[in-house]
Each structure stands twice: as structure tokens, then as C-alpha cells.
Design a protein around this ligand. Structure first.
Ligand SMILES: Cc1cc2nc3c(=O)[nH]c(=O)nc-3n(C[C@H](O)[C@H](O)[C@H](O)COP(=O)(O)OP(=O)(O)OC[C@H]3O[C@@H](n4cnc5c(N)ncnc54)[C@H](O)[C@@H]3O)c2cc1C
Length: 456
């Protein structure tokens, strides 16, 4: 198999490797790849695709496997293409403030490389120690500082990818301006491995931000989260505006043995990060929120260590509720629609599933909510998941009524494929299929992910 192209160390077929590289962070899918290959060069990726075309063998691109939608799961004898061995930073141009990475470079390796050049790569999230740049591009990853710096897409100035025709596509080699028609780079961003295997990425870097301050503000009513966002956005350069509910705080404090940040519990909390130099105006903004009756209390970091401990209250939520095997959903609506959307979902759950608890948190400054419903004690996981699955169309209908997105950051993968129609029109899905057929005429690139597999 692929002899003459790959060395023995670049192919794994043992059961442990199949189980490890055949899946991402999601559970519950069959994991059954036929083999894992670890290319080291663009040419080897081309050869792998050629091999797959000749045999009609589906390929599953695999990055850091931190995906939450089953995009990197191989369930039926696919060949997994892991980018773990394509993990080099290839080039850096200080004049262009641009770095060129192989797809398998870890996100936090790139972040550190940028800092070593006195520059900054701002896309950051809890999994950046394991996720890869290729995976970030394929999912258009966001994270905690989107409100200030945007998504991965905003930093990609070029990329190389091998299409399903076994040809190398070189998209916009680092140019800032390029008005020559369709920009395939942006098609590849967020394509979840269905249009091409991304092998190299050119990324823009920026000036590091000044020291940051973190404030946690207690907000009794959900509608006032947006008033607080507005006064802080006017007064300061907001780097992050996250929120969590009191239930989320309770869970993280219990799990990590942390102390709540405020004297009294409040229904919602906003975690706001801004430039240290804006501290005084941030105080004024808080005063305004207080006198407007939108906020009741706040605490602000006095040191880097305190800032980190306030962040821990937000970043620890996901792991602290994992024991409840929550029904999870990552959705977005326009920022102004967040409060009424959240209240509608709460009302629906209370009316129909009174024993379920909704644990809210997320990137509210981007209109992105993480909805987590906790499994009641004693309820069987399968029964709970079945109820969650039955609930999904109802929740997605509320998203669709606002022209929102059923997947704000994590992609569609296997998890949300059957629900794509709630966010994209038939016309759009038709065009997506047409593009897929052009880029991948043999239907070998991650078939069945994002779009339902077609029988060619
Ligand atoms: C604790 C935790 C926190 C998270 N927080 C966030 C967050 O805040 N924001 C956010 O956006 N995401 C978040 N995620 C989700 C995840 O980390 C991102 O989606 C990330 O970009 C996935 O990168 P990866 O390298 O792990 O990709 P994988 O999981 O390996 O793959 C993801 C998708 O990309 C495809 N793919 C991977 N590499 C390539 C390649 N080289 N070429 C073509 N296709 C490829 C795969 O086939 C799959 O469809 C979080 C995940 C965890 C576990």
C-alpha cells in the first residue's frame, strides 16, 4: 500500500492507532478507519489523493482532532490523512508580517512563534494546545477574542491545498490586494475537509496588544447584558466579552474549588477584557451600568494572576459540566436578538422538560451562545441523548426564525449535517453540492461530512 511513496513509519494500521486517529472529540460514532497515513510533503499528499482516486477510497483529513462535530471521524473504512508530521513553520517575512506554516503546526506553536518575533497571532481558544492550523482553517475557528480580532478567516492571506482531482491549488500567495475574481482561499476556509486537503497556510500577524485587565460584572437580567456590552464597547477597546449564567458559575466553582467572584449571586455574569490603559474609562462604564440599573456589582483584576483566575471561571465551565454528559449546541444569532432568543429557549425547555437544567455561557459579544442542557441525575445517557436529539429541530427552528446559524464555530461535520437546511437555503445547498463536485469529482474528500454523501 502506497509503497514507494511513504515509509513504513508513515503508515499505521494497528488497532490503537485506528482508534486514536479515527476520531475527534465527539463520542458516539463508530470509529473504523482502514489505516492512517502521515504525509510529510505536498507531493506525498498529492500521491495519497491519486491513490485514493484509483481505488475509490474515501479520505478523512485529520488535524489535532479537537473538533466537536465529528468532522474528523472515520466510520467506514476510510483512509485517515493525518497532518501530524507536516508540522513545520516554513517561512517568515517581517516586512509582510506573514508566516507560512504547514497544516500540522499546532495553534499555540504559531502563537508562540509570533510572540518570539514580537508579533501576535490572536485566534485563541481552550483547545489551542492541541488543534492544528489546518484544522483551524478547515473549521474557520473563532474563540475568545473574535470581538476584537475576528475569526481564522481574517488572518489567512494564502493557502495551498490538494483538491480531489489530485492537483495542488495555490490560493493568493500572501497578497493583501488581489482583485482577480473568485477567491478560492475563502472557499477552502470552513470547508471541513470536503473540498481539499490543506497543506500550507500563510497567516498575517499583528502587533501584540498592551497589558489587559479583566472585569466580571454581575447582571441580573439577560436583556441588560447588551446594555453593558454597549457602554463598555463605547468606552474601551473590548478584547473579549463573554458571559455565563449563575448555574454555570456554580458548576465551575464546585468542580475547580473556586470562590465566586462577587459577594452575592446574580443571574448572569459578563467577563470583559480590555486594555489596561482603559481602566479609568472602564470604571466610568461600570458606573453607568450601575446607575442604569443594568449591573449590580463587579470585580476587576489587579494583576496578571488575578486576570487568569477570573478567566478560569469562564474557561473551566466546559470541563466542569462534562460529568453531566450535556446536550450541547453552539448557535449564533445577531447580537441584538440574543436576549429574546435565550429567553425563548429557556421557556421552551421549562415548559416541556421541567427536570432539565439549562447552563448558558458563550461569546455573547459575537452573538454566539453555548447551550448546554444537563442530564438529570439518574437519567440514562441514551434516553437523555434521544430527548436532546428530539429537541434539536425545535431549537433550530428558533434559530432559523432569526436567520441565525445552527453552528457558530464548530462546523457541521456529522453532527449537524441533517439540520443544515435550518441555516442554508436549498439554493445554497445545491450550489455547495456543485462546488463539491467540481473540487472533488470522485467524492473521496470527507464524504458524508457537512453535506450528505451522494451516490455518484
Ligand atoms: C475544549 C475545546 C474548546 C474549543 N473551543 C473552541 C472555540 O472557542 N472556538 C472554535 O472555533 N472552536 C473551538 N473548539 C473546536 C476545535 O478546537 C476547532 O474546531 C479547531 O479548529 C479544530 O482543529 P483541529 O486541528 O483539532 O481539527 P480536527 O478536529 O482534526 O478537524 C476538524 C475538521 O477539519 C478537517 N481538517 C483538519 N485538518 C485539515 C486539513 N489539513 N485540511 C483539510 N481539512 C482538515 C477535518 O476533516 C474536520 O472536518 C474547541 C474544542 C475543544 C475540545
Amino acid at each position: 500500500m502506497l509503497a514507494g511513496v511513504l515509509e513504513a513509519k508513515q503508515i499505521k494500521t494497528d488497532a490503537a492507532a485506528l482508534a486514536k486517529w479515527g476520531k475527534d472529540w465527539t463520542n458516539g460514532y463508530t470509529v473504523a478507519p482502514s489505516a492512517i497515513v502521515f504525509p510529510e510533503s505536498n507531493q506525498q499528499v498529492i500521491e495519497i489523493v491519486r491513490y485514493a482516486i484509483d481505488r475509490g477510497l474515501p479520505l478523512v483529513p485529520s488535524g489535532g482532532r479537537t473538533g466537536l462535530s465529528g468532522g474528523a471521524v472515520a466510520s467506514s473504512g476510510e483512509l485517515v490523512v493525518s497532518f501530524d508530521r507536516m508540522n513545520h513553520i516554513l517561512d517568515f517575512s517581517p516586512q509582510d508580517r506573514r508566516v507560512t506554516c504547514q497544516a500540522g503546526v499546532l495553534t499555540n506553536t504559531l502563537q508562540q512563534f509570533a510572540l518570539d518575533q514580537q508579533l501576535y497571532y490572536p485566534v485563541d481558544f481552550a483547545s489551542s494546545g492541541s488543534s492544528q492550523i489546518g484544522g483551524n482553517v478547515a473549521t474557520n475557528a473563532g474563540g475568545i477574542r473574535v470581538i476584537r480580532y475576528g475569526l481564522t478567516r481574517d488572518w489567512v492571506v494564502g493557502l495551498r491545498a490538494v483538491t480531489g482531482r489530485a492537483t495542488m491549488l495555490n490560493c493568493n500567495a500572501g497578497l493583501i490586494k488581489n482583485a482577480t475574481g473568485y477567491d478560492f482561499r475563502h472557499l477552502l476556509v470552513g470547508s471541513e475537509g470536503t473540498l481539499g486537503l490543506i497543506t500550507e497556510v500563510d497567516l498575517r500577524l499583528t502587533t501584540p496588544p498592551p497589558a489587559q485587565k479583566v472585569m466580571i460584572v454581575g447582571i441580573p437580567e439577560v436583556k441588560n447584558l447588551l446594555n453593558v456590552l454597549q457602554v463598555f464597547s463605547r468606552a474601551t477597546k473590548v478584547s473579549a466579552f463573554e458571559f455565563f449564567s449563575d448555574l454555570a458559575l456554580e458548576k465551575v466553582c464546585a468542580h475547580r474549588k473556586l470562590t465566586p467572584p462577587l459577594r452575592h449571586s446574580v443571574a448572569y455574569y459578563a467577563l470583559i477584557e480590555f486594555d489596561d490603559s482603559d481602566t479609568e474609562v472602564a470604571f466610568d462604564a461600570f458606573e453607568q451600568a450601575l446607575s442604569g440599573g443594568w449591573a449590580v456589582d463587579a470585580v476587576m483584576s489587579q494583576s496578571e494572576a488575578q486576570a487568569q483566575s477570573l478567566w478560569a471561571l469562564r474557561e473551566g465551565i466546559s470541563e466542569s459540566i462534562a460529568q453531566y454528559t450535556p446536550y450541547k449546541n453552539d448557535v449564533s444569532v445577531c447580537i441584538h436578538q440574543v436576549p429574546e432568543f435565550l429567553e425563548e429557549v429557556d421557556g421552551f425547555v421549562q415548559a416541556n422538560y421541567p427536570d432539565f437544567e439549562v447552563c448558558w455561557y458563550g461569546h455573547i459579544g459575537d452573538g454566539n451562545l453555548h447551550l448546554n442542557i444537563l442530564r438529570p441525575q439518574g437519567m440514562d445517557v441514551a434516553e437523555f441523548m434521544a430527548k436532546g436529539h428530539a429537541m434539536s429541530p425545535k431549537i433550530f427552528a428558533m434559530v432559523a426564525a432569526r436567520q441565525g446559524s445552527i453552528s457558530a464555530e464548530h462546523g457541521v461535520g456529522l453532527l449537524k449535517q441533517e439540520f443544515l437546511g435550518y441555516s442554508r437555503s436549498d439554493e445554497e445547498i445545491d450550489l455547495m453540492r456543485g462546488l463539491k463536485a467540481l473540487f472533488d469529482p470522485h467524492q473521496i474528500l470527507n464524504p458524508g461530512k457537512l453535506l450528505k454523501a451522494t451516490t455518484a
